[in-house]
Design a protein around this ligand. Structure first.
Ligand code: ZN
Length: 452
């Protein structure tokens, strides 16, 4: 990557090191370490001071995609520059980023909406084992521009940071997988939470503190300064670096959430959040929950007050027993159908093992990244596994349809795709659709399609 003159990108100012380029991409893709973030911030600030743009090297043509450093109230960020019209003759002057680049812009979608974009530019899985705590409280007397890390703002289309943490742990714990019935899985809220906790031991917030040690799954702990959770957080006080706020986390099963509050199932009290409770923005909010909520909390500005919830991410789940992640009420209906399918096939073909996966991160297809709604992995005796994709076409907006139209060919490179729409699952159609799906799955297991 290079820093070039603003409005005149042919003029070179500075070549970034490959380390700096990697840090920028990692930051934008939500896969940055704290060190990456510091490097990314330094580069963006430098570009701003030089009044330059950053040219991305994901494209090797003479014209490269451009990023403009933006200084916000307390943070720096990058805006992806694009041609104003699709038929712009200057299109080649501002080409799009390569589809594998985290800065890639999907022209069919609105850049302003956050969570819609998960499907369009899903995140690759990262190997990070570090969980970000809250940054230092901005100090009015300090030069704010120097200490603020680029945070995701509402206008920014990066997915929720807490959401990403939750997904990493859910993925590690395989809570997004319903194993074959032959394995006799037993689901209960208690089991799933304890699987989550086991996985959370693999992640660290500080060198000496695992993510698991700083999580409470009991809402009452929030108000109880004598709880074991708050006790551990007090004990951790000496281990926090000065630039980081002592951060506690809570993982709560909640029947409902609002924009700034959480109604945990384990407490009669409502938990208010200072910032925003973010969630996927798909389908009718009335049918989205229940939720698995991850929140972070500090101890007020002087680090000495009661726990104060700062941000939260609410992941809709199928139900309290499985905590199987879904994104909308319609996806809950589709999951229900898939669980029925798994049952039906188990009765019919006891040697056929069916695994149902809800991918949380991107899968890599030949033409780019995609994130199918559901994946069925079917293995009959010693035969190779057959991968089938189920797409829940639940959104009504044209934007969404267009985005799906673009990612479907990528999914087809991974496996045959079965589409389900809300009308397929309407009362008069549900039985027919279920039979059609069952026949389709059996057909593909008998005669696997060669994926080109
Ligand atoms: Zn790029």
């Amino acid at each position: 990557m290079r820093i070039v003159v603003r409005n005149s990108p042919g003029h070179h100012l500075e070549t970034l090191t490959s380390h700096e380029g990697t840090a920028l991409r990692a930051w934008y893709g939500n896969a940055a370490s704290r060190e990456d973030e510091a490097v990314a911030l330094a580069v963006i600030r430098r570009a701003k001071v030089m009044d330059g743009w950053i040219a991305c090297d994901c494209v090797t043509e003479p014209f490269q995609p451009l990023l403009a450093p933006i200084r916000q109230e307390r943070t720096f960020t990058l805006r992806r520059l694009k041609s104003k019209r699709l038929d712009d003759h200057h299109d080649e002057w501002r080409p799009n980023h390569a589809s594998s680049c985290p800065f890639h812009i999907d022209k069919d979608s609105s850049p302003a909406l956050i969570d819609h974009q998960f499907h369009i530019r899903p995140m690759p899985k990262s190997d990070r084992r570090h969980v970000d705590p809250l940054p230092a409280i901005p100090d009015r007397l300090a030069n704010l521009s120097e200490r603020g890390l680029p945070r995701s703002a509402e206008r920014n289309d990066r997915p929720s940071r807490l959401g990403t943490i939750l997904w990493r742990v859910l993925d590690k714990a395989q809570i997004n997988i319903i194993p074959p019935l032959q394995d006799r899985p037993e689901f209960s809220l208690k089991n799933q939470i304890s699987r989550f906790r086991t996985a959370a031991k693999h992640f660290r917030v500080l060198r000496t503190w695992t993510f698991n040690a700083l999580i409470s799954t009991w809402a009452a702990d929030y108000w109880d300064a004598d709880s074991r959770w708050q006790g551990l957080l007090s004990a951790s006080r000496k281990d926090w670096p000065p630039a980081v706020r002592r951060t506690g986390f809570m993982l709560l099963y909640a029947t409902s959430v609002s924009a700034q509050s959480i109604m945990p199932a384990s407490s009669a009290r409502v938990l208010d959040v200072m910032g925003k409770v973010r969630q996927p923005l798909r389908g009718d909010p009335a049918h989205r929950g229940p939720y698995l909520v991850l929140l972070n909390a500090d101890f007020e500005d002087d680090d000495n007050g009661p726990a104060r919830a700062i941000q939260a991410y609410a992941q809709p789940v199928y139900n309290s027993e499985t905590l199987f992640p879904i994104e909308s009420g319609f996806e809950r209906q589709v999951s229900h159908l898939l669980f029925w399918l798994q049952d039906a096939l188990f009765e019919m073909l006891p040697d056929l093992r069916i695994r149902i996966v809800k991918p949380l991160f991107a899968l890599e297809a030949r033409n780019g990244l995609c994130r199918p709604d559901f994946v069925i992995e079917a293995t009959y005796r010693d035969n190779p596994c057959t991968t089938l994709i189920i797409e829940a076409m639940g959104m009504e907006t044209e934007e969404y349809q267009a985005a799906k139209a673009k990612t479907l060919p990528r999914m087809e490179q991974i496996g045959p795709v079965f589409l389900l729409t809300p009308s397929d699952l309407a009362k008069d159609q549900a039985v027919t659709s279920a039979r059609r799906l069952l026949a389709w799955v059996i057909e593909h297991i008998r005669h696997p399609t060669a994926i080109s």
